[in-house]
Design a protein around this ligand. Sequence first.
Ligand code: FES
Ligand code: FES
Length: 165
Amino acid sequence: MKRDVHFILNGRPVTFSVEPRTTLLRALREYGVTSVKRGCEEGECGTCTVVIDDLAQKSCMILALEAEGKSVLTVEGLVGPKGELHPIQRAFVDEGAIQCGFCTPGMIMSAYAFLRKNPDPTEEEIRVALAGNLCRCTGYIPIFRAVRKAAAALRELGHTPGGVR
Ligand code: FES
Ligand code: FES
């Protein structure tokens, strides 16, 4: 029997009606949040990564009901009110860190959560932070470059830990 789950999705309160066994990944996609990609559904690829209460999480490993009362952010929620890209999204575009794009929303959400905690990371720290997100296209180098560039852009905007939109 379906049950209701209430949470904040990209800044807005929502109520989803879900079967208790439905994962957050499947629930988000059913409700039209298709940036959240269905890859392995085993917690291995990171394409389903969302940010829950400031923590990057693989939504295929979480039941939708577990989102009750939490704040869930997907890549759609990073876009500004006038459609302007978030500095991390902009850096991915500018650095050619996107090919097929399947891994991109998850990569960006992992980078987002990471840069909120660590605004001035080393190359090694970036690599470790994104180790749970697989990409079959880019060879990772443009992605790491994009995260470095985004970090610099956010610092220029006065970003401090926990301070990215
Ligand atoms: S779909 Fe969730 S980690 Fe692969
Ligand atoms: S851009 Fe295709 S999987 Fe990463």
